[in-house]
Design a protein around this ligand. Structure first.
Ligand SMILES: C[S@@+](CC[C@H](N)C(=O)[O-])C[C@H]1O[C@@H](n2cnc3c(N)ncnc32)[C@H](O)[C@@H]1O
Length: 300
């Protein structure tokens, strides 16, 4: 991670969410009108023009986007899965949310009407947070969240719960923690320390939602996973850690969490997208997006 520079991967996934309107209506699972603002000064205007195109220009734009279509579809599924878990937590009376490695996640804005007065605290590198603040200010949008600058690899995670407390997090009440698109970029030591910190500030009944890459595909990537790994390494955000779904429940259990569910993306895509659309996530016989989404609950 190059901490003086806003995260490239955060910009990429935000832009993919922003391209949602390029999908047929039935394949849209989320709506993130601010996402494209983070695509950068060169790409954002091009993408905005694509959204506005109609008729043959629209078809041409959709053809031009074919190489990134799997990623646009993937972000529908990944972000929707976590949105649903979050909204269920809030519907059950939850009032505080921590988003770790928030990047350009605009949930606090997108879901504001449904989050009501829920307290949202976003944690990330300062360079990424500055860029987010600037873009939201330029759009005239209230970020809807407090920001805390933190490097999970450098700053002592044992100090995180107290710092969150200074921003209004109450450890006696349940918290929903989102760790979307982050675990694969952290070292096992940073992951361990982060989960220990989450456990410390999470009252019983709190939940943790995160997605992860399967460990075997980080350790021994197939050609598609290897290509993705090369790209993220080139931008300074290499894949570092994966989880084994078979051992995840025990791994979480010793850290004070009980696994509620662990869904693979293709199954979610098959459930939520129109017939045939889950196949977009495949190239040849390989699943492009090999991630899973887990939701765990803090045990009492
Ligand atoms: C793929 S982006 C995901 C962003 C956001 N959660 C989303 O899904 O749109 C990965 C995020 O993890 C953050 N991140 C990676 N390593 C980090 C570290 N050591 N400390 C703080 N943030 C980190 C990056 O800054 C980036 O925002």
């Amino acid at each position: 991670m190059r901490e003086h520079r806003p995260s490239f991967t955060a910009a990429f996934v935000a832009a993919c969410r922003g391209l949602t309107p390029m999908l047929p209506r039935a394949a849209r699972l989320i709506d993130d009108p601010l996402g494209l603002r983070f695509a950068g000064p060169q790409l954002a205007p091009v993408a905005a023009a694509m959204l506005e195109a109609r008729g043959p220009a629209r078809v041409a734009a959709q053809v031009a986007l074919l190489p990134v279509l799997p990623w646009i579809v993937y972000m529908q599924v990944r972000t929707r899965a976590i949105d649903e878990a979050l909204l269920a937590f809030v519907a059950g009376g939850g009032t505080q949310v921590v988003i770790l490695g928030a990047g350009f996640d605009t949930r606090a804005v997108r879901l504001a009407p449904r989050l009501g007065g829920v307290r949202v605290i976003e944690v990330d590198h300062p360079a990424t947070q500055r860029r987010k603040d600037d873009e939201l200010a330029a759009a005239g949008v209230d970020p809807g969240a407090a920001h805390l600058a933190w490097d999970f690899e450098v700053d002592a995670l044992s100090a995180l719960p107290a710092r969150l407390g200074t921003l209004g997090l109450d450890p006696s009440r349940p918290t929903f923690t989102i760790w979307e698109g982050v675990t694969m970029y952290l070292t096992p030591a940073a992951i361990d320390a982060t989960v220990a910190a989450i456990a410390q500030y999470s009252a019983p009944g709190s939940q943790l939602a995160f997605n992860y890459v399967r460990k075997d595909l980080v350790d021994r990537p197939n050609p598609l996973a290897a290509a993705a790994a090369l790209v993220v390494r080139a931008v300074g955000e290499p894949f570092r850690t994966g989880f084994d779904p078979a051992t995840l429940p025990a791994w979480l259990s010793v850290r004070g969490f009980r696994l509620l569910r662990d869904d693979d993306f293709e199954a979610l895509a098959t459930r939520w997208l129109p017939p045939g659309w889950a196949r977009v996530l495949r190239r040849g016989r390989r699943l492009i997006v090999v991630e899973r989404t887990a939701v765990a609950e803090r045990a009492g």
